[in-house]
Design a binder for this molecule. Sequence first.
Ligand code: NAP
Length: 239
Amino acid sequence: MRKTVWITGGSRGIGAAAVRAFVQDGWKVAFCYRSRTEQAEALAAETGALAIQADVTKREDVQKCMERIHEVLGPVGAVVCNAGVAQQKMFCDLTDDDWDYVMNGNLRSVFYTIQAALPDLVHDKDGAIVTVSSVWGVAGASCESHYAASKAGLIGLSKSLAHELGLSGIRVNCVAPGVIDTEMNAMHDADTLRGLAEETDLGRLGRVDEVARTIRYLCSEDATFVTGQILGVTGGFVI
Ligand code: NAP
């Protein structure tokens, strides 16, 4: 497979760890981010990866991002749909804007990203797509129903595309992380995080590199017969 990967949401958290993991394994890496230019440029300088500002909820941005990747790195062989947003609110308080923010950030963005990258993969009749769902998309989550719904939607999308694209030589898999130590969990206080860690079989939160290496595995030559899978990276939080 062509070892060029496009990672969305690479400026920090799981995405930044994925940028490092793929670079370490000899991949050419492009990543996009929404607004943290300073962090993105520092990561690009550190790793040699190509950083592109693009809001993946906007089709035009996604298309331009793909064009830039083609100009600099050529066609892609793998796509990691990692960019996402979270929000905590009771269901009865959700507004239309809340719903759209989360659905667009987590689901529409993946629709646009995969559509933009697909011609490269179909042309090669080879390629890997990894989506980043969540344990909450598998198990449901109180006070994060729209987040859980968006992440459950990703699971349905990933399985459907595995069926639809398999004969084109394209594998589609999904990781469903548990609670990983990133800014996304900054809304939780220390007691809540301790409680979440205690609920896992391994008794701790996950690290970004642990998710990143799982994503890299799913794109790699070690996973050529793996498709349509939802791989939990949860430390046994939900099994
Ligand atoms: P994070 O630290 O909040 O980082 C989010 C990344 O996504 C940033 O690079 C951000 O760019 C980018 N991003 C967000 N919206 C974007 C947009 N519209 N366009 C382009 N880039 C966008 O998140 P994380 O914890 O690493 O999570 C990464 C993925 O894993 C998400 O899909 C999340 O739902 C999923 N996940 C996380 C956990 C967890 O416990 N952390 C658990 C399960 C699943 P900027 O830096 O420019 O804002």
